[in-house]
Design a protein around this ligand. Structure first.
Ligand code: ATP
Ligand code: MG
Ligand code: MG
Ligand code: MG
Length: 561
């Protein structure tokens, strides 16, 4: 494609309302534009990357034997009432009425609709197993749509649903999807982990999330250095309590004298000094809420925001703690314990609580799960620490990562088939309930997650499989007829060799062209300028490494294809 025929409205400045890198870069690279909160236009460049992900997903779903269909995004209330999710789903479900006052919603997911199709058509065990999937627009009225395509209200999802005669057959369908998902994210060129996950509100017996590793991820996950074990921290198996902690000890409030040394503090708390620790002040919506500590792994700030019910959260350093609280800072404890305190006090509506600074007897010792903190609270603050022994294999240790959820597979069991009475007759003519699984991939989120993982100060660094184009041919001097002729032949021959080429034929300064090429993240750049061309050479630059190589013009196509 010729740049002059394209619609790539790049921006020099970072838009002020974009908080995360992928959102900033997708706006700057002219990939998306906002229409309303959480609702985006996919501009041509953005659409090309989205289509790349769709194609990989479609190929792998087909390979796994799933069958594509397309269901409506407008769904009647009756189906949702049958599954009881009309009441349960809450405000994320966007509801409306038609002219006859009949109630509808915009589909956030399609368990009800697909189960309705199947209950009408499937009568016999002979018709199973099968798996139906679609690639379609979903709508979820998220409380805080933000981060561009990462958490939109309207977004593109691939959703698949498996139907089996019993639980063990359903397990096989689940494994097929699990393997297909691994291939999909490998083919996308992403670094990811498949982690054990909570089944949440969808219900069902077991589930895995596919997490793209990126520092900006909302989820904390652990994976073992030796075995396959990986889990969302919400679900991670607690490390075994040390023997001497087996009997819960009485909860103690602890005086916090000024300026204890790290060694004193850790000895006092009975934790390794590596679990330490830095005192920080949490300022929620502009009000100091609490000071707490931070170990060598990150707090999940997003979860903390959720716990505190605030929009903005800042972490201050020790000096700020002292400035705001007027108290010297010197005490520290393990992360989980302090977040627990913050969470508890937030629940009690006590917003001006300070811990970590020496403002009184505000530390707790011997916190016991189930007694002092509910398992749900604990799930959010679980103190899984980088370097802990693996709960499964004992040989490895846990590594802590931040992850972006791009895919999710669930065993649903009979939750929906029972509610909607999707049954079949078995070999003995007995009526049985169908076993289901559901499998989602956030197509649009995957592109954003890819950018969160692959970028630098100059812009996006697309892996080839998701890149909108593989190669950009930049003409340095558009006035030079030989340069333009060489570009034209490269453009034509690369295209004929199956390389997707963007030909920057704009009458712009090279600096502008190079900046745009870096920004939109095309993996390879061929620069054709008068000087090199006089020696029969062109320049090839690899976006990721920055490596530059002079090649004979005649070799360029062979080198790139
Ligand atoms: P999250 O935890 O991020 O809210 P979810 O668990 O609610 O996601 P699922 O119901 O598992 O999402 O949906 C399947 C996939 O759809 C997710 O793994 C994610 O990739 C994608 N997805 C979900 N919500 C959004 C959203 N608001 N914007 C973009 N993609 C989304
Ligand atoms: Mg959600
Ligand atoms: Mg989730
Ligand atoms: Mg999920």
């Amino acid at each position: 494609m010729r740049y002059t025929n394209c619609f790539i409205p790049t921006l020099k400045e970072t838009p002020s309302d974009a908080e995360v890198v992928s959102h900033q870069l997708m706006l700057r690279a002219g990939m998306i534009r906002k229409l309303a909160a959480g609702i985006y236009n996919y501009l041509p460049l953005g659409l090309r990357s989205i289509r790349k992900v769709e194609t990989i997903v479609r190929e792998e779903m087909d390979r796994a034997g799933a069958i594509e269909l397309l269901m409506p995004s407008v769904q009647p209330a009756e189906l949702w009432q049958e599954s009881t999710r009309w009441e349960q789903y809450g405000k994320e479900l966007l509801r409306f009425k038609d002219r006859k006052d009949a109630e509808f919603c915009l589909g956030p997911t399609h368990e009800e609709v697909v189960t309705d199709i199947v209950r009408r058509e499937v009568k016999s065990y002979r018709q199973m197993p099968f798996n139906l999937y679609q690639i379609q627009t979903k709508f979820r009225d998220e409380i805080r749509p933000r981060f561009g395509l990462m958490r939109g209200r309207e977004f593109i999802m691939k959703d698949a649903y498996s139907f089996d005669v019993d639980s063990s057959a359903s397990d096989l369908s689940y494994d097929k999807m699990y393997q297909a998902y691994r291939r999909i994210f490998q083919r996308c060129g992403l670094r990811f982990r498949a982690v054990e996950a909570d089944t949440g509100s969808i219900g069902g017996s077991s589930s895995h999330e596919f997490m793209v590793l990126a520092d900006s991820g909302e989820d904390a996950i652990v994976s073992c250095t030796q075995c396959e074990y990986a889990a969302n921290v919400e679900k991670a198996e607690a490390r075994p309590a040390p023997a001497e902690h087996a009997e819960p000890r009485p909860l103690e409030k602890v005086e916090t004298p000024a300026k204890r040394s790290v060694e004193e503090v850790t000895a006092f708390l009975g934790i390794p000094s590596s679990a330490l620790v830095k005192t920080l002040l949490v300022v929620a919506d502009g009000t100091p809420v609490a000071a707490l500590v931070r170990g060598d792994h990150d707090l999940n700030e997003i979860k903390l925001k959720h716990l505190l019910g605030c929009e903005t959260l800042e972490m201050a350093n020790e000096e700020m703690v002292t400035r705001v609280t007027g108290a010297p800072v010197g005490f520290a404890g393990p992360v989980g314990l302090n977040i627990k305190i913050v969470a508890d006090l937030a629940v009690q509506g006590m917003k001006n609580f300070v811990t970590g600074a020496n403002a009184g007897d505000l530390h707790l010792k011997n916190v016991t799960i189930g007694r002092d903190v509910t398992p749900t609270q604990y799930a959010d603050i679980r103190n899984v620490v980088h370097g802990d022994p693996c709960p499964r294999c004992e040989a490895g240790h846990l590594e802590l990562w931040r992850g972006i959820e791009v895919g999710h597979v669930f065993k649903l069991g009979t939750k929906y088939s029972e509610a909607l009475r999707a049954t079949y007759l078995d070999a003995d003519g007995k009526e049985q309930t169908i076993f289901m699984g559901c499998y989602g991939i956030g197509i649009s989120r995957t592109v954003a997650a890819c950018i969160e993982q692959n970028h630098d100060a100059d812009g996006i660094i697309f892996p080839i499989p998701i890149a909108p184009f593989h190669c950009i041919v930049s003409a340095v001097n558009t006035k030079d007829a030989e340069v333009m002729a060489a570009c034209e032949s490269l453009y034509r021959d690369l295209g004929a060799a199956g390389v997707e080429v963007l030909f920057d034929d704009r009458d712009e300064r090279p600096g502008i062209k190079f900046k745009d090429a870096d920004l939109i993240g095309i993996p390879l750049r061929l620069v054709v300028g008068s000087k090199n061309l006089a020696d029969g050479k062109v320049e090839l630059k690899t976006r990721r490494t920055g490596e530059v190589e002079l090649l004979p013009l005649a070799d360029a196509v062979e080198k790139i294809r």
